[in-house]
Design a protein around this ligand. Structure first.
Ligand SMILES: [Zn+2]
Length: 391
């Protein structure tokens, strides 16, 4: 399964019709939600999805499937809510009414002529859409959504299934990966991968825009302009990050058939104790899901590990070597191993991953203590940054 996203260039008339349909959907959403809440409150009746379908029937202003999808969304909101209760999450998020501007898409849940998608695309009530298919659509198109982004641009997302297997030759190697603040990724083979430089510049630019936005008066015209600028910046950042993420995934999978990574929920919590790094956290978890997705479609394997002690433990002898976040080098007094701290962490992830028994600790200066670790893993400090060098 895969979701494609394309830019839509609607005519002025179409754009206002899309806006109108979105607004109608929002009002319908609130109406159905009110019905559902009232039925439960006053009659202890839980309206099912089909009950809601009956309420939207006969509405001529909207395409039937599109209005049914509004009922689906409420159903989904409730399901997610109950799931959060079950998991006992702190934020339960009871389904809420949608304020103006917080509902931004309309969905056609069943594409009737999938073969036409990719050439001529029609959305009910809107008409023929001018879509820029910048990449070839594969699989069978199932669901289509038109979304109005905060930047004011229109996009269409098309959900496809029956995807052909991706043509990636999965590598034979095994590798451990450490997500870090210094380098985005460090592998147990001493490779460093950093975010492309433009992303850093964009983040700086975003900070400036965010500051400008915060200084504008509420409900002013300038505030609106600043909001759009910020949204466009966010889109650019997301595009650059996605592009980088997919390419890096491919690169790793082509080299390594099995990739060991850390369970980021735990790691994120630990790290945030010291540093708040929302952007980094987001890109880690986002990258992880990309990696899982790509590996699955190509036939590779991703294994999640508990990150306990990966940075403190010595990958050479298994002893705990305490270090603060600022200490970039892992220097072991037990086996005299001296390597970059992130490489050490990545090697620990690999070792735990393949279930190697940690060699027992040996006295200081005993060189035999690196037994069990292949020589290539204990590399000198300075390494090339293969990805970063390409910009
Ligand atoms: Zn050691």
């Amino acid at each position: 399964m895969k979701t494609y996203k394309y830019r839509v260039y609607p005519t002025k008339k179409q754009a206002s019709e899309i806006d109108l349909q979105i607004e109608k959907c929002r009002l319908l959403y609130n109406k159905l939600l009110a019905l559902k809440k009232d039925a439960y409150k006053n009659k202890s009746v839980r309206l099912s999805r089909k009950d809601l379908y009956r309420r939207v029937k006969g509405n001529k202003e909207m395409y039937s499937q599109v209005s049914q999808n509004v009922a689906d969304r409420i159903d989904k909101a409730y399901k997610n809510f109950f799931a959060r209760i079950k998991r006992d999450e702190r934020k339960k998020g009871f389904p809420r009414f949608k304020k103006y501007g917080t509902y931004n898409s309309i969905t056609l849940p069943q594409i009737t002529k999938p073969k036409n998608i990719g050439k001529k695309t029609r959305f009910p009530k809107i008409g023929w859409l001018n879509i820029k298919y910048h990449r070839v659509l594969q699989g069978t198109p199932k669901i289509m959504t038109i979304k109005k982004a905060k930047s004011g641009k229109y996009f269409v997302t098309i959900f496809c299934d029956n995807m052909p297997k991706e043509k990636i030759t999965v590598g034979n190697g095994e590798v451990g990966i450490d997500f870090g603040l210094n380098h985005f990724i460090t592998t147990s083979n001493s490779e460093f991968f950093d975010h492309p430089k433009p992303l850093g510049k964009m983040s700086e630019k975003r900070k400036v825009l965010a500051k400008k936005f915060s200084k504008t008066k509420k409900k002013s015209n300038n505030r609106n302009k600043a909001r759009v600028k910020l949204a466009i910046m966010d889109e650019q950042i997301a595009n650059t990050r996605n592009d980088f993420g997919w390419k890096l995934c491919r690169k790793l999978i082509e080299k390594y058939g099995t990739i060991y990574i850390e369970n980021l929920n735990v790691k994120g919590m630990l790290k945030n104790h010291y540093l708040a790094r929302e952007i980094t956290d987001v890109s880690w978890s986002d990258f992880t899901s990309k990696l899982f997705f790509k590996a699955e479609s190509a036939g590779g394997k991703i294994v999640k590990m508990n990150p306990k002690n990966t940075s403190q433990k010595c990958s050479g002898c298994g002893e705990i070597v305490r270090k603060t976040l600022t200490m970039r080098i892992h220097k072991c007094h037990h086996c005299s191993l001296e390597i970059d701290r992130d490489i050490n962490a990545a090697q620990n992830i690999l070792i735990t991953g393949i279930g190697l028994e940690q060699p027992k600790s040996t006295p200081v200066g005993d060189e035999t203590s690196t037994d069990g670790i292949s020589p290539k893993q204990v590399l000198p400090m300075k390494q090339e940054t293969p990805y970063n060098s390409r910009g």
